[in-house]
Design a protein around this ligand. Structure first.
Ligand code: IFM
Length: 443
């Protein structure tokens, strides 16, 4: 049997996010988001790039779905832009925004492609940031109201829901490091944001259960499960501790285990604004977990660090993001999650690499052998984990198309379809055909 032979009911897809691909930011009543604002801050995004036009998927989704058919995927993971549905972050609902996702979902169903919908992939309506953003508790309630509107509009056709994409990034890149929107640097606010993101997730899952919608719901984390630098016990301890802030702060409350005490003890200045009942809401049971994996860090014991670890240098080949390529890390991570969650169904909701892709001279091809090897190696590791009993239900390759890579603008190409940003022409890369063959079972 080929190392890439997957079960026949495996979900094969690609992934994108609204602000990264849609463009059309001023059309059909869409409100402003924190990313529209952040892109306008001098120096915030490389070359001053914005998502104003992105890949223009808002207008070109029929062409993209035709390409997905050629690819043979049976799923497409995309996100709904909150400011298209509620331009001010609260009612009234903007019907034109709903209509766009209606058209997209109908076109996908027509093509036998299952929509997998993320409710929040970082485009918070600016009006809610002006009211305090994620550090403000009321935003979690607003998110549940918005989620209900989307469930009501699309719930008759969408069976696979995801609440938040990588709340770690929203909280810590957005409010601690300040390198993502809204560009705040404040540890106290970052942890408030983390708790309210967890709460928002819980409220949305509870709303989904209360509404008795017919599909299934989960969330997307980008767990950090570092490898210890050596086999010394202290490095194992360091690796375990390093998973607290990036992974357990988001995963453990979902599993009803509360926040990791060891992590909170390391930062006595952090206060989590937990109110009575919050932990039960956050732990409202989910149906599956989405996992985004790109690389695996290596850590060693460091008594000087509040959490007892330091990052070590790595020697693997790196992608254009400067991320080391570590295929075995996805196997280790899936197994870690399998054990930690007690065997919860998992979807790989993102995996892929950015490379310095270039079109061939005739402009019709793009050779990306490194991406093919990256995908082959990661898929083989996923399959190996499944053979060892990990319950992986699907794989959403990041990304369908080159797109707006946040603070790096359009300088990083993650797609298996090349996007020519001068005219938005799509050119499938060689990895597109490789993935097509894997899906068809010919690899
Ligand atoms: O582009 C992002 C995506 O929006 C979230 N996960 C990581 C990807 C690559 O950086």
């Amino acid at each position: 049997m080929s190392e890439l032979e997957f079960p026949t009911d495996f979900l094969w897809g690609t992934a994108t996010a609204s602000y990264q691909v849609e463009g059309a930011v001023k059309e059909d009543g869409r409100g402003r988001s924190i990313w529209d604002d952040f892109c306008r801050l001098p120096g915030a995004v490389r070359h001053g790039h914005t998502g104003d036009a992105a890949c223009d998927q808002y207008h070109r989704y029929p062409e993209d779905i035709a390409l997905m058919r050629e690819l043979g995927v049976n799923a497409y993971r995309f996100s709904v832009a909150w400011p298209r549905i509620q331009p001010e972050g609260t009612d009234p609902v903007n019907q034109a925004g709903i209509d766009y996702y209606d058209r997209l979902v109908d076109a996908l169903k027509e093509a036998d492609i299952e929509p997998m919908v993320t409710l929040y992939h970082w485009d918070l309506p600016s009006a809610l940031q002006e009211a305090g953003g994620w550090p403000e508790r009321s935003v979690a309630g607003r998110f549940a109201d918005y989620a209900r509107r989307v469930f009501d509009a699309l719930g008759d056709r969408v069976q696979l829901w995801l609440t938040l994409n990588e709340p770690l990034c929203s909280a810590f890149l957005g409010y601690l490091e300040g390198i993502h929107a809204p560009g705040v640097r404040d540890r106290r606010l970052a942890y408030r944001a983390a708790h309210h993101l967890n709460l928002a997730h819980g409220y949305a899952v509870a709303a989904f259960r209360d509404g008795a919608y017919s599909g299934r719901i989960g969330t997307v984390l980008n767990p950090w499960t570092p490898r210890p630098a050596t086999r010394r016990e202290e490095d194992f301890q360091a690796a375990d501790s390093a998973a607290d802030g990036h992974t357990r702060v988001f995963l453990d409350p979902l599993l009803g285990r509360g926040y990791p005490e060891r992590h909170l003890a390391a930062y006595p200045d952090i206060e989590l604004p937990i109110q009575e009942g919050d932990e039960e809401i956050i732990a409202t049971p989910i149906d599956y977990l989405g996992v985004n994996y790109y690389t695996e860090p290596v850590v060693a014991y460091d008594p000087e660090h509040p959490e007892g670890f330091r990052l070590c240098e790595q020697h693997q080949t790196r992608t254009a993001m400067d991320w080391p390529i570590v295929p075995a890390g996805i196997n280790r991570q899936l197994k870690w999650l399998h054990e930690h969650t007690g065997g919860m169904p998992l979807y790989v909701t993102e995996n892929g690499c950015a490379l310095e892709d270039q079109l061939s001279e005739d402009g019709d091809k793009c050779h990306d052998p490194t991406r093919i090897e990256y995908l082959r190696a990661h898929l083989a590791q996923i399959k190996a984990a499944m053979d060892d009993g990990v319950n992986v239900k699907g794989y959403m390759l990041w990304s369908f198309i080159d797109n707006f890579e946040w603070a790096k603008g359009y300088t990083k190409r993650f797609g298996i379809v090349y996007c020519d940003y001068t005219d938005r022409r799509r050119v499938p890369k060689n990895s597109f055909y490789f993935y097509r063959d894997v899906i068809a079972g010919f690899e």
